[in-house]
Design a protein. Sequence first.
Length: 203
Amino acid sequence: MSRNTYMFFVVFLLSGVTIDAQTNDEIPENKYFIGSTFFMLANLVDDPEPPAYYQLNGGYRITAKDVVSIELITWTYYEPLGVPFNKKKTASNYPGKVQSYGAGLAYKRFIWKEAFVQFHATAFHQDYLDKSGRKIQSGFQLFNTLRIGYQFQFFDNRVFLAPSIACTFWPVNTHLPSSFQIQENKWNGFFIGEPGLHFGINF
């Protein structure tokens, strides 16, 4: 995805926050929430390449339709993020792994009932490790997600479940070791069709 397209999404979504906050007087009863993603269940699988994925979200409902949140994420991955599902069995892994530690902002806009569009921008510090676990060098990644989904409410709107599908892209990805960059260059800097299953508690 080009930088101009990326900037268009950012300006469009952030301007929506300002406009609706001024015109929508409907304030939700439960303004705050904490949550995470069911992808963390992958940590329980016996896998020689464990994702070590952990995420914590905290959010605030500006109006009934506009939500902003902060996301803290850490995880480990072993292959370029742009490898599509149908190529994962044949794609080559990095000669090691990447450990990422990040914090991000997200804006969710409900567009019809509980259907929503959400944009995430996460800044990651990345450590590149060789196969022996020794750190080679560190870099920075700006990881973005454009997500479409539907939010289901349970227990008098105290608990929610939000399945979604997303397009991810990372316009900034710096200081990869040359051996990692060789594998990275084989694939696009985006991924289409990433599933999501987030959950949270309102209060």
